[in-house]
Unconditional design. Structure first.
Length: 361
């Protein structure tokens, strides 16, 4: 067993635990059997996809990106173009190519193509931006977000500008969102243990040593940037199908702030932190929504002012950064100590150590 295989065996429990957490969330939605709660769970799965997509780049590279929600916008509009009824597209979006206007694809194919489209755009932007580092790279990604938002807010014949694009098929069942969240978590895990993921984290921790070891940092960042772009585009496409309408402002500062908050609260450098941050903050947001609507307690109704969600998230972020700067998971992965493969890899390490001692003697 190679060292890489041994690492795989020891850490394989992490994605299994995270998938079980998402499965519990899905089964809870089925047990409650409520339309609004079902939508809340769908939102959780979409946020998992988005925040895990952020983790793939930010967590592995150490470069803070404020622009990834732009790829979410690209994915959302791409699936709208591919799934809306052709007569509606011809009337509302006459600037689209005739081939796209005539297209009416099933939503599973459309969301895959939307993710690929966002990934290709991420590759093009990344070829330029990934040569930058530190605060310069972060500011450049924010400029990219502003650029995408401005283009989609003013290209009336293709995106409808600031008007809402409607007619997108709505998918209410939770299972497509659950399956996509599982796939994204698995893909993020496989990337993190891949040669490229390990090289990028080495560059994040010690850039000079990584370069001296032959790591092409620009190339590795570009790979992570492109992969995360695919995930963000997939999340945007699913969001479009969850509500049936998209506007450019939906994919701008508010969603950027919430997504980054979830990643920071959970732990920026761990896949577990990305998922845990989403589940915990989404729970907090839902509780605040209930109180905004009013919660009956006896003969009175407890309520809070509307718009308190952002304030609460800001307070949570401040507290976390003060007392747990590395997030709730402390940038560690959730690991099951009783995982059977732990014993196998531990036994293999003991055999390797015994063999090494025998050679020495």
């Amino acid at each position: 067993m190679s060292e890489r295989t041994s690492i795989l065996a020891r850490t394989l429990s992490t994605p299994v635990i995270l998938m079980l957490i998402l499965l519990v969330v899905a089964l809870t939605a089925l047990a409650v059997s409520s339309g609004p709660f079902n939508q809340t769970v769908i939102d959780i799965f979409i946020r998992v996809i988005l925040v895990v997509g952020l983790y793939v780049f930010i967590g592995n590279s150490g470069v803070i990106s404020f622009g990834h929600i732009g790829f979410t916008c690209l994915g959302a509009y791409a699936t709208a173009w591919l799934t809306m009824p052709p007569p509606m597209k011809k009337m509302a979006l006459p600037g689209l190519p005739d081939l796209i206007i005539a297209a009416k694809l099933p939503y599973p194919i459309a969301i895959v193509l939307a993710g690929i489209f966002a990934g290709l755009c991420a590759f093009v932007f990344g070829k330029i931006l990934m040569r930058l580092s530190g605060i310069a790279a972060s500011i450049a990604t924010f400029a990219m977000l502003a650029l995408i938002n401005q283009v989609y807010s003013n290209w009336e014949d293709v995106t409808g500008a600031t008007s809402s694009v409607v007619g997108i098929p709505i998918v209410r069942t939770i299972w497509p969102y659950f399956i996509c969240a599982i796939i994204v978590v698995a893909a993020a895990y496989l990337y993190s243990i891949s040669r490229s993921g390990l090289a990028l984290r080495a560059a994040r921790d010690e850039a000079t040593a990584a370069r001296a070891s032959g790591v092409d940092i620009t190339r590795e960042r570009l790979i992570a940037f492109t992969l995360s772009g695919v995930m963000m585009g997939l999340g945007g496409a699913l969001y479009a199908h969850s509500v049936g309408v998209v506007t450019p402002d939906t994919f701008y500062l508010s969603l950027t702030f919430i997504s980054l908050s979830m990643l920071v609260v959970g732990g920026m450098n761990s896949l577990s932190g990305a998922v845990i941050g989403v589940v915990l903050l989404s729970t907090l947001i839902q509780i605040l929504r209930w109180f905004e609507k009013g919660v009956p307690v006896g003969e009175t109704t407890l309520s809070i002012p509307n718009g308190i969600q952002e304030i609460a998230i800001g307070v949570v972020m401040i507290v976390i950064l003060m007392y747990r700067p590395s997030g709730l998971t402390r940038n560690r992965e959730l690991v099951w100590k009783g995982w059977p493969f732990n014993k196998l890899s531990a036994g293999r390490r003991r055999l390797d150590a015994a063999a090494a001692d025998g050679l020495k003697s």
